[in-house]
Design a protein around this ligand. Structure first.
Ligand SMILES: Cc1cc2nc3c(=O)[nH]c(=O)nc-3n(C[C@H](O)[C@H](O)[C@H](O)COP(=O)(O)O)c2cc1C
Length: 231
C-alpha cells in the first residue's frame, strides 16, 4: 500500500505521533512518503486563477508537482494538523488553497475516486474533530469517497506530556483503524461522491464552470458523454 502523509506542521509533536501510531498499526506491506508543511510547500495562493486554465500555470507548480505526483499514486492519504484556534494550521489551509483546482467544481482527478484518506488532529482541549473535519470536507470535494476523521483531546502542548491514559486510548483507536486499513479493500465510490460528480457534470454541461477550460477538461475525460471516473 502506498501511503502519502501530509503534515500541516513541521514538527513531530502529538499530531505526528498519533499518525505514527496509526502507521505502526497498518500491518500490510507499505511504502510511505511524508511531506511537512510549510517545509515542503512554503507559499500562499495568490488568487491569480492561473491554475484554473492549467495546473502547471500556478507560479508554484514546480514545488506542488512533487506532492501532486505522490498524492496521485497513493492508495491512502493521511493528513495531519494540530488544532489551532479551532481550525487546521495555517500551513494546512494554505496547502488546501493551493490545490483548489482538485475540487469537483473545477478539474477533479479521476484517481481520487478510488482513494482513502484519514485526517488526524489533536487539541489540548476541544476542537480537534472540528479542525480535522474542515480538512476532510476539502478531501470529499476532491472526490475522495472514504475519508475518516480522527480528533483527540491530548491535554498537552507536546507528546511527552500527553497523559498515559490518553496515549492508551490513542493506541486502542489506532489499532482498530489500522486493522481496517490493513485489509486494503477496494474503495467503494459511494452515493455521496457519485452525486457530487453528477452535479459537476450538470454544471459543466450548463457552462457554469469557472472557465471554458474546465468544460474542455470534463469533455476530454469523456465525462460529459457518460463516462464515469469510478470502476
Ligand atoms: C496557535 C495555537 C492555537 C491553538 N489553539 C487551540 C484551540 O483552539 N483549542 C485547543 O484545545 N488547543 C489549541 N492549541 C493547542 C494544540 O492544539 C495542542 O497542544 C496540540 O495537541 C498540539 O499538537 P502538536 O504537538 O502536534 O503540535 C493551540 C496551540 C497553538 C500553538
Amino acid at each position: 500500500m502506498k501511503i502519502v502523509m501530509i503534515h500541516g506542521q513541521n514538527h513531530k509533536g502529538s499530531t505526528w505521533n498519533t499518525a505514527n501510531v496509526l502507521l505502526n498499526n497498518i500491518t500490510c506491506e507499505k511504502e510511505i512518503e511524508e511531506f511537512f508543511l510549510p517545509r515542503d510547500l512554503d507559499h500562499f495562493c495568490l488568487g491569480c486563477y492561473r491554475c484554473i486554465e492549467g495546473r502547471d500555470r500556478c507560479p508554484y507548480w514546480e514545488e506542488k508537482k512533487r506532492i501532486d505526483d505522490a498524492v496521485l499514486k497513493a492508495d491512502l492519504l493521511i493528513f495531519t494538523s494540530p488544532n489551532y484556534c479551532m481550525m487546521p494550521s495555517a500551513p494546512m489551509k494554505a496547502f488546501l488553497d493551493l490545490f483548489f483546482t482538485n475540487w469537483m467544481a473545477h478539474k477533479p482527478y479521476k484517481e481520487m475516486f478510488g482513494k482513502r484518506a484519514v485526517v488526524i488532529s489533536t487539541a489540548a482541549g476541544s476542537g480537534a474533530k472540528k479542525a480535522a473535519g474542515l480538512v476532510a470536507d476539502n478531501l470529499r470535494h476532491w472526490c475522495i469517497p472514504e475519508v475518516t476523521v480522527y480528533g483527540v483531546q491530548v491535554q498537552a502542548m507536546n507528546w511527552k506530556n500527553v497523559p498515559d491514559k490518553i496515549k492508551q486510548k490513542i493506541n486502542k483507536d489506532m489499532q482498530k483503524l489500522g486493522a481496517r486499513l490493513s485489509k486494503n479493500k477496494k474503495v467503494h465510490t459511494g452515493i455521496r461522491t457519485k452525486a457530487l460528480f453528477l452535479l459537476g457534470c450538470s454544471m459543466q454541461k450548463a457552462g457554469w464552470g469557472a472557465s471554458p477550460s474546465e468544460k474542455e477538461y470534463w469533455e476530454k475525460q469523456g465525462w460529459l458523454d457518460g463516462a464515469k471516473p469510478w470502476e
